[in-house]
Write a protein that binds this ligand. Structure first.
Ligand code: NDP
Length: 331
């Protein structure tokens, strides 16, 4: 796979370039809005070409693009890549609105291109083990879930996330989308309605830096989630509770294959083993296979639309105080 990177980003540098190379890919080019940054980034990461013109990158010898620019750029860049016949692996949130996300995904579908969303968590061995326990009935009928995803945003990532709503800043577009995708992955159904309260407790300027929300799933099961940029010591986790057992996982809402998963039933508590592969390599590997006509990406365009729809409903609920029905944009 010959990759073009749209966005000279941290996530590409820290995880994705390595994942592309580890899965046999060639990182051919990178786009930045600044020619100097494009050249510096290309040199630093051993990439042949640095561009500041999207058409030049799209006109090069590439099969697919990985879009990891700031969130407001995803939509126009994805539409241009699709028009140029490139497969798209896009960062979350797919767009600034559900309608734009639907347009992107439909355009890729119409053009016969693979479109995927880089939701890394469903690629983790821990989450695959949790999903398998639920799917095999080990905890019975699902009653509820709780997601703990309140973290401390490291200084090098604070930038646009904490002060630029136009670029898609705020903890809701940043983290609620991941939690929505993870809950959908585990429970195999979509949230129907949400309520939420958000705060700006020291880090966010003009955007929320913490939010708590409660979701009602289509089955009636309830989900509570907590996302934040300001919690240094809270730790992460997810619990899923059923009529025959509970799953308690700690340290698993992360970018690395870490944490513990425990199954609790009438028989007592047992540690659940899980695979420790690299999350991003699995995401890139499945995308690469899908482009080659084998299987499907781990999170496709519909998954990206749905995670954005839940986050948009949480944002609307948090600002209005109302109970909000999730609008999936007709998908
Ligand atoms: P960055 O802030 O690192 O990069 C985003 C854009 O900011 C870049 O495309 C670049 O624009 C600009 N930029 C970056 N560094 C500098 C700099 N030093 N000076 C000037 N401009 C700079 O963003 P992230 O990597 O944190 O996030 C990018 C996307 O990836 C977002 O959509 C985010 O939601 C997503 N993400 C997903 C993760 C996942 O696990 N799935 C994890 C982290 C992020 P330009 O290209 O124009 O130079």
């Amino acid at each position: 796979m010959r990759w073009g990177l749209i966005g000279a980003s941290n996530i590409a540098a820290s995880h994705m370039i390595g994942a592309m190379r580890a899965t046999g890919g060639d990182v051919v080019s990178v786009l930045s809005s600044s020619p100097e940054r494009a050249a510096d980034y290309a040199k630093e990461h051993g990439i042949a070409k640095g561009h500041s013109d999207l058409d030049a990158l799209l006109g090069g010898d590439i099969d697919a693009v990985y879009i990891s620019s700031t969130n407001e750029k995803h939509f126009p860049q994805a539409m241009a890549a699709i028009a140029a016949g490139k497969h798209v692996l896009c960062e979350k949130p797919l767009a600034m609105s559900v309608a734009d996300a639907v347009t992107m995904v439909r355009a890729a579908d119409k053009a016969g291109l693979v479109f995927a969303t880089n939701h890394h968590l469903r690629n983790a061995g821990s989450h695959i083990a949790i999903r398998d326990l639920i799917a095999s009935g080990r905890i019975g009928e699902i009653l509820s879930a709780r997601v703990m995803h309140a973290v401390y945003l490291p200084p090098h990532l604070q930038g646009w996330r904490i002060d630029n709503p136009e670029a898609g800043g705020g903890v809701i577009p940043d983290i609620v989308v991941h939690d929505a995708d993870t809950v959908r992955f585990h429970l195999g159904e979509d949230p129907a309605e949400v309520v939420a309260i958000q705060t700006s407790a020291g880090m966010g300027e003009g955007v929320e830096d913490s939010v708590m929300s409660v979701w009602q799933m289509q089955s009636g099961a309830t989900v509570m989630t907590h996302e934040s940029f300001t919690h240094r010591f809270a730790g992460t986790g997810i619990e899923v509770h059923g009529t025959k057992g509970s799953i308690r996982a700690t340290g698993v809402m992360t970018q690395r294959p870490t944490g513990h998963v425990t199954l609790i039933t009438d028989a007592g508590e047992e540690d659940v083993p899980f695979a420790d592969h690299n999350l991003y390599q699995r995401s890139v590997g499945l995308f690469t296979d899908a482009v080659a006509g084998k299987g499907a990406p781990s999170a496709d365009g519909i998954d990206g639309i749905k995670s954005l729809a839940v986050a948009s409903a949480v944002a609307k609920a948090a600002t209005s105080g109302a109970r909000v029905a999730v609008d999936y944009g007709g998908v």
